[in-house]
Write a protein that binds this ligand. Structure first.
Ligand code: GLN
Length: 195
């Protein structure tokens, strides 16, 4: 079974663990740097990116995680996790850092607050039919896609909400809460190829 981590400092860890275990993965809840040696890929959950950033530094997990991503460990970020994978944030809070890896600029809370959360059917050509049932909760958008990254899904108005770059996958929405498993499967396929 693929060995994958879910960064378990804050956010919707349990939902990701459930999907990954359902798909047959061996899942490690990552809170300590040495746990990175036990995994071949990592999920960065939704939550609050500035809090996860601070906790990752406090738990000494930030630097080894940045190094692992830089040296090719596959990673899958949803919502706050997409923000953490982005090389650039256009409106981070004071001092907020990301782990980086995706050559993109993201804007946090791009659709407004919690009450502006919404669900939509998102056409995602790399996954084929049917469209992805996507849940957006205080979601970011990808404002700029750099030369190394590729947009794989956009809303009808053109705003990019999913990107890929080598073994990295970052999406604005939450498939782990809507029973959508194809993105987790895509991540696990990358993990198995890299392991
Ligand atoms: N707005 C949150 C952030 O900036 C992300 C919200 C989410 O992950 N659902 O980190």
């Amino acid at each position: 079974a693929p060995r994958v981590g879910v960064l378990a400092l804050q956010g919707d860890v349990r939902e990701h663990v459930a999907v990954l275990e359902h798909l047959g993965a061996h899942v490690v809840r990552v809170r300590r740097p040495e746990q990175l040696d036990e995994i071949d890929g990592i999920v960065l959950p939704g939550g609050e990116s500035s809090v996860i950033d601070k906790l990752a530094r406090a738990f000494d997990v930030r630097e080894p995680l940045v190094a692992a991503i830089r040296t090719g460990m596959p990673a899958f970020g949803t919502c706050a996790g997409l923000i953490l994978l982005a090389d650039r944030i256009s409106d981070g809070i004071e001092g907020q850092q990301t782990f980086g890896g995706l050559d993109v600029t993201v804007r946090r809370n791009a659709f407004g607050g919690q009450v502006e959360s919404f669900e939509t059917e998102l056409s995602t050509p790399v996954l084929g039919a049917p469209p992805v049932h996507a849940t957006f909760i205080r979601a970011p958008v990808v404002e700029q896609v750099g030369a190394h990254a590729e947009a794989i899904a956009a809303l009808p108005d053109g705003r990019v909400v999913a990107v890929e770059q080598d073994g990295l996958l970052g999406i604005s929405f939450h498939p782990e809460v809507s029973g959508e498993e194809r993105l987790h499967r895509r991540f696990l396929a990358r993990v198995q190829r890299a392991a």
